[in-house]
Design a protein. Sequence first.
Length: 93
Amino acid sequence: GGAPRPLWGGVTAIDERHRHRYEVNPQFVQQFNQSGLEFVGQDVEGERMEVFELKGHPYFVGAQYHPEFKSRPGKASPLFYGLLLAASKQALP
């Protein structure tokens, strides 16, 4: 993975509340990845694409879960924290 992973301190697994409305057709995952829209987070089975980033962009990150669900005043979700860092042109951890 790229941009998102350091925001969680380099862990290899996170636990977030999945949003079930949309899914990515697995037949297109390789084509997306080759085009620069890389899926950097999947569910435990590797079937559901959960987090993606656009290569070459300072912070183009999307998630298939609710980052606001675990955000608290003074302790923003790592994805929101990363957006704030990128918007203020500060380096990601």
